[in-house]
Design a protein around this ligand. Structure first.
Ligand SMILES: CSC[C@@H](O)[C@@H](O)C(=O)COP(=O)(O)O
Length: 361
């Protein structure tokens, strides 16, 4: 997508150098940084310079490629896998990308691994762009149908940032929105701010603004009220891990939106590329590891001060503790449909298996 008229991806290569947008500074500054060794890649994923399930996967792939330049032995291949895999626990794309890299590289002579790894990381990044573009086309059909039925503006609620900065390009939840907007459909997006880190306020609002998509920022608790008053036509969110049964794990608060959507008859869609499916997991609530992040993300908020400095401000009493589970699981029964690169399917095991017979074990 474009920033001030210039096309950008969230991660890219200039020669041998891998660059990212350091998302900690959005929306106030577009800061581009180069990641030059394994430690830098691990820090960038763990400390959320990059975030969003598909981008975490692509970054890990490039991290493996850069790490292999320093040491491409068999034991190093496993060690790079371990270090990069330990960065964040919930998004399955991380493991998917690292497993794919290791499986392709292990049979090669050590001397050939680094170059092959870079080419494979490029392929993973390019594939992600295409998967998300396809998701957009399938989601577009859903939005078109609502626009035709309703005969006016389509109001879509989204949570967190499942936009282009969470992927390599297009986004998952935002791809149908961009496609609809580009096709001339009048779409308006309710953007949940998404406490505690405010990915909605900081990143989704920024990218929709940059592309000229009408949107309104809302506090996380406003969605139910808007649904009760007929102001939400559909919900589209992303996911960090989707089980073989169709449960979806996404940013904390997604589950409450799904409950409110069900109570108000609002369709609740989840957009995902197939690498986000964890075929080994059936029961999302019981089996998906939920990342617990720093209490400081809850007790403080980050923003720009009048002098233009990014600062953290305490909002709770000193001494008050905080819990910070970063994700929750929405059971498949609350999901209207899964928007994948191959089409829209029901969130149940047989529909998922029928959509991906070649991937399901
Ligand atoms: C297309 S991204 C889907 C999800 O990864 C996204 O909704 C999300 O929850 C991101 O969480 P984050 O903690 O910012 O990495």
């Amino acid at each position: 997508m474009k920033i001030d008229g210039t096309p950008f991806r969230s991660i890219w290569r200039a020669g041998e150098t891998v660059r990212i947008i350091d998302q900690r500074w959005l929306p106030h500054e577009v800061r581009v940084v180069a990641l030059s060794d394994r430690a830098a890649f691990a820090t960038a994923i763990r400390d959320m310079w990059v975030r969003g399930a598909p981008l975490i996967g692509a970054t890990a792939a490039y991290g493996m490629a850069v790490a292999l330049r320093a040491d491409a032995s068999d034991s190093a291949l496993d060690d790079h896998w371990q270090v990069l895999h330990a960065t964040r626990p919930t998004a399955i794309n991380l493991r998917w990308a690292l497993d794919r890299m290791r499986a392709a590289l292990a049979p090669l002579p050590a001397a050939d691994r680094a170059a092959a790894a870079l080419a494979l990381a490029d392929a993973i990044a390019d594939e992600d762009v295409e998967l998300n573009r396809q998701i957009g086309l399938h989601g577009l059909a859903l939005i078109k149908a609502i626009a035709a039925r309703k005969g006016g503006r389509v109001n879509i609620l989204t949570h967190c940032n499942a936009g282009w900065p969470a992927t390599v390009d297009w986004g998952t939840a935002t791809s149908p929105i961009y496609h609809a907007h580009n096709a001339g459909i009048d779409v308006h997006v309710w953007v949940d701010e998404t406490r505690p880190r405010n990915q909605g306020a900081q990143i989704t609002a920024w990218e929709l603004n940059a592309h000229g998509v009408p949107h309104s920022l809302i506090v996380d608790n406003a969605g139910g009220h808007l649904m009760q008053h007929g102001q939400v036509d559909m919900v589209i969110v992303g996911t960090d891990r989707t089980t073989a049964n169709g449960d979806v794990c996404n940013k904390i608060g997604t589950y409450l939106k799904a409950l409110a959507a069900r109570a108000n008859g609002v369709p609740f869609y989840v957009a995902l590329p197939s690498p986000t499916i964890d075929w080994r997991v059936k029961d999302g609530v019981a089996e998906i590891p939920i990342e617990e992040r720093s209490p400081a993300e809850v007790t403080h908020v980050q923003g720009l001060d009048p002098e233009g400095r990014i600062v953290q401000v305490r909002i709770s009493p000193t001494g008050t503790g905080a819990a910070n589970p970063a994700f929750d699981v929405t059971p498949a029964t609350l999901v209207t449909g899964l928007i994948t690169e191959r089409g829209v399917c029901a969130a149940n095991p047989s529909a998922l298996r029928a959509m991906f017979p070649d991937l399901a074990p």
